[in-house]
Each structure stands twice: as C-alpha cells, then as structure tokens.
Ligand binder design. Structure first.
Ligand code: PNS
Length: 159
C-alpha cells in the first residue's frame, strides 16, 4: 500500500525551512502532496499562482512530490485525497500551542488522520514566512531565506 502524506501550509512565501521539511517528508512517505491552503478572507503577499508555481519549481527533482492548493477544512481535503497523514514542521516551543490546538481539532473532526511533526533544522529555526515578508517589505536581504524560484516572485510582489 502506498503511503501518501499531505504537507499543508500557507507558504506565503515558501522558505528554506519549508523546503527542508518537504525533502525530509519525501523520504519518509511514498507520495507527498505539498498543499497550499487558500484563505480567501486574507489578502496574501504572494498570489496562490505564484506560490504554486514556485513550489513546483522547487520540487522538480523530487519524483514523489506534487503541489496542489485547497480551500476549506484541511481534514475534508485530506479525506477527498483518501489520505490519513498530515506532516507539519515544528520550530520552537512557540509553535507548539497553535499546532497542539489545530491537531486536536483536526483529530476531533477526523480521528483516522494522524499528524506527524518534523523538527526544524537549527539553521532554519528562526525562519518564518512572516519574517521573510517583513524583511522584504522593509528593504532587507531576504534572498538567503527562500529558495531561488521564490526570490523572483517576491521581487514581483514588491514591484
Ligand atoms: O503555514 P501555516 O500558515 O501555519 O498553515 C496553516 C494551514 C493552511 C495548514 C491551516 O490554516 C489550515 O489547515 N487551514 C485550513 C482550515 C482548517 O482546516 N483549519 C484547521 C481547523 S482549526
């Protein structure tokens, strides 16, 4: 039986930390879907199309990884995909409270779905999409925080 997992996130923008989780999860599971959550209530920094296309470029060499978007509840999306595994990255203790609440809410709605956490690499432990957005908007050097295909998308968003 092929083991499929979903790695969901806003990826606004995707960072090197995200890409590290993708690469490690791709080794753990037979198939991985990187799923961009679309929240139509929030104005994004990068468009969904730019997030999808830059992520697709990033995972080009990973044969068992594909990129999709989803709207609505993550557990409904996972059920539509017949997937019982969700992967999330965990940086510091500050992530824990949010992840704990969301994981328990997801489990209450879909007990068959297990959430697996991958601890970040130390060098990515400070990296967050919100940090990249702020540095980029304030004219700082963000290029070392994101994969090369994302740099172009951020330049376009700032222009
Ligand atoms: O990278 P992020 O911003 O922490 O990703 C959050 C995401 C997209 C995974 C999360 O907001 C999500 O699952 N959204 C879909 C709605 C949902 O199912 N929420 C969880 C129930 S509280």
């Amino acid at each position: 039986m092929s083991r499929l997992a979903i790695y969901p996130g806003s990826f606004d923008p995707p960072t090197l930390g995200h890409l590290d989780v993708v690469a490690r999860a791709a080794h753990l599971f037979d198939e991985l879907i990187v799923a961009v959550g679309v929240n139509s209530d929030k104005a994004p920094f990068l468009s969904v199309e730019d997030r999808l296309s830059s992520l697709e470029e990033c995972v080009q060499g990973m044969a068992n990884v594909r990129v999709e978007s989803f709207e609505g509840l993550l557990v409904d999306y996972a059920r539509r995909k017949d997937c019982q595994r969700i992967v999330r990255g965990l940086r510091a203790i500050s992530d824990f409270d949010y992840e704990f609440r969301v994981t328990l809410a997801n489990r209450a709605m879909a007990p068959e779905i297990e959430t697996v956490f991958l601890i970040t690499k130390e060098e990515h432990s400070f990296l967050a999409s919100s940090v990249v957005r702020e540095v980029a908007r304030l004219g700082g050097r963000y290029e070392g925080f994101v994969p090369p295909p994302v740099v172009e998308k951020i330049r376009k968003a700032l222009a």
